[in-house]
Design a protein around this ligand. Structure first.
Ligand code: ZN
Length: 232
């Protein structure tokens, strides 16, 4: 495998999602994890809660993780992690879509991620398609179109044209939300009849200069990896 033909786009975590649900004490709805987990034992039965803090009034509220479960039903290591407020478990519980569904609250992923882009030098007329591996460090749902806008540094309209012309090939619909790893390919002009559209990647808003502007060739070498902060 020629790894020079692979680009890596990593959706990196920059923050935990906000838990959105009504606060019993104020009109606020936004909650952040306090970093704590509470375990209550009653005989052999355990209750486990994730503790959240209201961002408006600081009130602590509890999200049931386990209710009245027998101590033997939990992995000992898991129980130790709960008792020690293990940050990895706090992170996992806070991001858990199933816990959110079970407790009828919403997760707001705004500001939780940034796209880190590592793109190899890619010759403009190279007929070999460039494979882009998109990896998710957190299960944030991201619209595919938005990933492409950030990854390629082009406008929404350009992304749509590239996909329509077969220059960018995807396993997902543009308006789908991805939240796990996938691969896409970028094809040189000439592939799929794109030669007639040499202006495709030269959109002014791309702030780039070449016809296929996904390589670092037109950037200083130290910028071979860049990070794009995403709002949502
Ligand atoms: Zn509150």
């Amino acid at each position: 495998m020629n790894t020079d033909r692979k680009a890596l786009w990593a959706v990196r975590q920059s923050a935990l999602p906000t838990v959105v649900r009504p606060c019993p004490d104020c009109s606020g709805t936004r909650h952040r994890p306090t970093g704590r987990i509470r375990v209550n034992a009653s005989g052999k039965l355990l209750d486990v809660w994730l503790l959240l803090g209201c961002t408006a009034c600081d009130r602590t509220s509890k999200v049931p993780v386990h209710e009245r479960v027998h101590v033997s039903s939990l992995e000992p290591a898991r129980l130790v992690a709960y008792e020690n407020n293990d940050p990895a478990v706090v992170r996992e519980l806070t991001m858990s879509a199933s816990l959110a569904a079970k407790n009828a609250y919403r997760l707001d992923w705004t500001g939780t991620w940034a796209l880190e882009i590592r793109t190899p030098l890619h010759a403009l007329d190279d007929p070999t398609p460039l494979t882009v591996q998109v990896g998710f460090e957190l299960p944030v749902p991201v619209r595919v179109e938005r990933l492409l806008m950030l990854g390629l540094g082009v406008s929404r309209g350009t992304v749509r044209r590239l996909v329509a012309d077969g220059r960018v090939r995807l396993p997902l619909a543009l308006d789908a939300k991805a939240h796990r790893d996938f691969e896409l390919t970028v094809h040189a002009p000439g592939a799929a009849g794109a030669a007639q559209r040499p202006e495709l990647l030269g959109a002014p808003d791309a702030e780039r200069t070449g016809p296929i502007r996904i390589g670092p060739a037109d950037r200083p070498p130290h910028r071979s990896a860049r990070s794009v902060t995403a709002g949502a």
